[in-house]
Design a protein around this ligand. Structure first.
Ligand code: PEP
Length: 247
């Protein structure tokens, strides 16, 4: 099963549901539809209405983040995994580089993953090196730390997907070479197998994925799908990615 996950970031108002309706319409008629799953993560304010609308449909609605405490607390503007689940979210991103750069620590991320899983949310855990780390050939050591400091053996591995998102690639149009990406995805899978003793953990790629770049990635069989930012805000661009992947 492949995943195409659209991360809307700070984008969307109620009528933006039409974008997902168009994607859903495409998916229903697509001959390849059984091969992949679509998840869209709109902002918090749209989660309830979007989740309700797509409740009995194939597209899943998820959150872009969650707070590192469960149930209710006195933290202003915080949204817990329990609250996300109560409005119908099926999954949540955790550890997006936007949130890491705003102060998310490994301990916070560990709590987020833990409470999200406890509330039966699927977790898309984001990791990735920055430009300087890449230049200094630190990619593997950075990834190893990001993964091993957060993911624990006791976590429900069946509900965790890792998304490799090199920071230098997010929103820049720059993408890793096919070889680089293949090696990195294999490395991440190796680390995950060591933690979970599982044969094939799901690992996605994210960073400037669009209808063009996906053609380069489709030959890398280790990639289990894509986390898509900019191109997920247009139904046409998002659909083009899926079409070109299976072309
Ligand atoms: C992202 O922010 O998760 C992302 C991958 O963005 P983009 O596709 O725009 O590079």
């Amino acid at each position: 099963m492949k995943y195409f996950i659209g991360n809307w970031k700070m984008f969307g108002v109620p009528k933006s549901i039409n974008i997902i309706k168009k994607i859903n319409f495409f998916h229903l008629k697509d001959k390849n539809r059984k091969k992949y799953r679509i998840i869209i993560t709109p902002p918090y304010i749209l989660l309830e209405t979007f989740s309700k609308y797509f409740k009995n449909k194939k597209i899943l609605i998820g959150s872009q983040n969650c707070y590192q405490k469960d149930h209710f607390s006195s933290n202003t503007a915080a949204i817990s995994p329990y609250m996300l689940k109560s409005v119908g979210a099926k999954c949540t991103l955790v550890g997006h580089s936007d949130n890491r750069s705003e102060g998310d620590t490994n301990q916070m991320l560990k709590n987020k993953v833990n409470f999200a899983l406890k509330n039966n949310l699927k977790v898309v855990f984001c990791v990735g090196e920055n430009k300087i780390e890449k230049k200094n050939k630190k990619t593997f050591s950075v990834l190893k730390k990001q993964i091993t400091k957060v993911l624990e053996k006791k976590f429900n591995k069946d509900n965790i997907i890792v998304a490799y998102e090199p920071i230098w690639s997010i929103g820049t149009g720059k993408i890793p070479t096919k070889n680089e990406l293949e090696e990195t995805i294999i490395y991440i899978k190796k680390i995950l197998k060591q933690i979970y003793k599982k044969k094939n953990p799901a690992v996605l790629y994210g960073g400037s994925v669009d209808g063009n770049s996906v053609k380069i990635f489709k030959d890398i069989k280790e990639i289990d799908g894509f986390l898509i930012g900019g191109a997920s805000k247009s139904s046409k661009k998002f659909i083009d990615i899926i079409k070109n992947y299976y072309r």
